[in-house]
Design a binder for this molecule. Sequence first.
Ligand SMILES: Nc1ncnc2c1ncn2[C@@H]1O[C@H](COP(=O)(O)OP(=O)(O)OP(=O)(O)O)[C@@H](O)[C@H]1O
Length: 676
Amino acid sequence: MSIYNDVGTIKGVGEKTRAMFAQCGINNILDLLLYFPRDYEKANVVKDDNLLLGEMNIIPLIALEIQRDYRKNNKTITTVIFSHNNIKISAKWFNQPYMKNKFKLGQKYVLEGKIEKFKNIIYTINPKIVTETNGTEQVIKPKYHLKGKINDNIFRKTILQVMKNIRIKENLPEDLVKKYNLCSLDTAIRNIHNPINETILEKSLERLKFQEMFTYCLKVNILKEYLNKSTKGIYFNISPEIEELKKSLPFELTNAQNNVLKEILKDQQSGLPMNRLIQGDVGSGKTIVAIIALLNAVKNGYQVAFMAPTEILAQQHYNEVTKILDKFQINTEILTSSVAKRKKENIKDKLAKGEIQIIVGTHSLIQEDVQFKNIGLVIVDEQHRFGVLQRNKLNNKGKNIDVMVMSATPIPRTLSLTLYGDLDVSTIDQLPPGRQKIETYAVNRHYRDRVYKFALNEVKSGRQVYIVCPLVEKNETSSLCSVEGLYEELKEKYFSGISLGLLHGKMNNKDKEEIMQKYKEGDINILICTTVVEVGVNVPNATLMIVENAERYGLAQLHQLRGRVGRGSYKSYCILIADGKSEKTKKRMDIMKNSNDGFYIAEEDLKIRGSGELFGFRQHGENGFLISDIFEDIDIFKKALLESKKFFESKEDKDMELREKIIKSLEETAKYICFN
Ligand SMILES: Nc1ncnc2c1ncn2[C@@H]1O[C@H](COP(=O)(O)OP(=O)(O)OP(=O)(O)O)[C@@H](O)[C@H]1O
C-alpha cells in the first residue's frame, strides 16, 4: 500500500464513502493520515471503585430494573436501573424507547456515559453500550472536524484499516530523535488517530509538533538563503506622485509611518528584491503605507497585487485603494471567488496583457492561474497565517519581484524574528494622534443585562456595536453563546426596533459583503458575529465591542477584536464577558483591562501560556500549521529552531542538488510531514 494511493483503494471504502472523504479534501491515504483529530474524548475505565463523578466513564454493570417510560417536556424518557459494586446507577435515555429492549435483567453490560450525582441518585444520560475496552485504564477517542456526511466512526474505521497495512518510515535524523527522546513517526501517526493511553498521545503530539516546526524553520532558512542569493531585483524611481498623494490625505502621516515608508522606498530604489514585513499594532495605519508603495510601483510602470486573508478585507482594501488613488487614473480590479466567471476571465486576460495595474484579491490570487505581464510588487496582508510556502510561490509569478508582508497581529519580538526570519522587519510603533484609550471591562455573565442596556445607549447616541460569539448555531450540548441564539434572545428583549445584522463564516460571500457594507454605511446598528470581523475591519463609527465567552480566545485575538473599535474620534469601549473562574482567565482579563499595547499583550500572552498545553488544537491547517500552535508550543518551537539551524548549517557546503531535494520533498508533501 502506498500513501499516494487513492482512498478508494482502501478495503471498505466504496464510491459513496470516497466521495464523502473528498468533501473533506481527503483524496489519498496521505491526506487521510494527516487529517488530525481536533480533540479527544476520554473515558475512565471503571474496574472496582474508581468511578469518576462528572466524567465520562466506561463501566461494567448488571441490569436490575427496567422502568416504565414516561413523558416530560415532550420527550419520552426511558430508565433502566443498573448496579456496579453495589452502587445503583440510573441510566436514562431521551426519545430512545427501544433502548430498554436491549437489556435483560440480571445480565452484565458495559456502558459508556458521563456519570453525575443529584442528591443521592447516581445517574447517566444517554449512555452508549460498549463492546470492548481493550483492558486499558482509559479509552481515548479522537474527534475529527469533518464536513458533510462522513462521521467519526467511518473515519476511524478507515484509518484503522490503513494502519493494518502500512508502516511509516522514520524521517527525522536519528540523533535528533535520540536527543529529544522523541517517539518514532510510526508510533506518532498511529497514536494520534488511535491513542493507547494519554502518555503516548502526548509523546505523539510532541513528536509531530517538533517535526512540523523543524520543517518550518528549515524552510525559512532555505528561503532566506535563496532570497539572499537572488540579488538582482527591480530598480524603482521615487515617483513625484507620492508627495501629491500625501498632500491629498485628510491627515498627516505619523513619524512612525514616515519612517517605515522611508525603509520601503529605500528597498524599492536598491535594485535588490524587497522582502519586508510591516508590523504594526491594530489601527496604526498600515494600509496607507501599503498604498503609497503600490502607487510608486505602478508609476514606475509595473503591475502590483494586493492580497488579503479574507473576502471582506479584500473588498475593504479595494474600496480604500480606489478611493485614495482615484485621481491617479490607475486601472484597479478585484478578483475573488464571488466575481462572476466571465468577469474573472476578462480580468485575467487584461492582467496578462498588462491592462490592469492593480489587482486586489484574497490569498487564492497566487493559487489561481493568474498571469501578469510585468508584476513588480506583491503586498500580502497576512493576518495570523505564517505562510512561508505561499510566499515562496510568489517567486513564480515574476522574476525577483518585491514582496511586502503586512502583519496585523502583533507578534512577540522573539517570535517574529524566527517566524519571519526570511524577511526584514519594519514596525509602525505609534498610533495616529487623537486616538483615545479603549476602556476595557471584564465582567461575568450576571452583568449581561447591564451590558446590553449600555449597548442600547450607544446606539441611541448614534454609534454602532459589535457583539462577538464563539458559535454560529445554537448547540444544545454547549453553554457557549451562538450568533443565531443570541440574535433570537436579544432582538425583542433589548433591541426591538433596532437594526441588527448577523455575520458568520457559514454565510456565502455575497451575503457577508452585503451585511458588512450595510454596517459600514450605518444601516445596521448592532452586528452579532463570529470572529470573521477579527482582522482589519474598519468602521470608525463603531464604539462598543462586546465579546461573549471571552475566556475562549487568545489574548492576541481579543486585542484584534478590541481593535475594531476606537478607530474614529469617539470614546470607545470593550466589554469582555468571561465566565472562566480559573486564575489564568483572571490574569488574562487583567492584562486586557490594563493595556492597549498589542506588543506588550503578545509578550504577556506568551508568558502565561508557557508549555505543557499539548491539547491546543486548531482547526485543520488554520494558521498554516496542521498541529502546532506557535504560541502554545513555544518550548518545542525553540528546540526545533535551534536544531533546524544546526541541521541547515551542517549541510552548508553540500551541493545545491541536495538543497533542491529537500525543498522538493517538503513541497511535494506540502503538509510538513514527509514520508519516505
Ligand atoms: N496618520 C494618520 N492620522 C490619522 N488617521 C490615520 C493615519 N493613518 C491612518 N489613519 C486612519 O486610521 C484608520 C486605521 O488605519 P488602517 O486601517 O490602515 O489600520 P491598520 O494598521 O491596517 O490596522 P488593523 O491592523 O487594525 O487593520 C483608518 O481609518 C485610516 O484612515
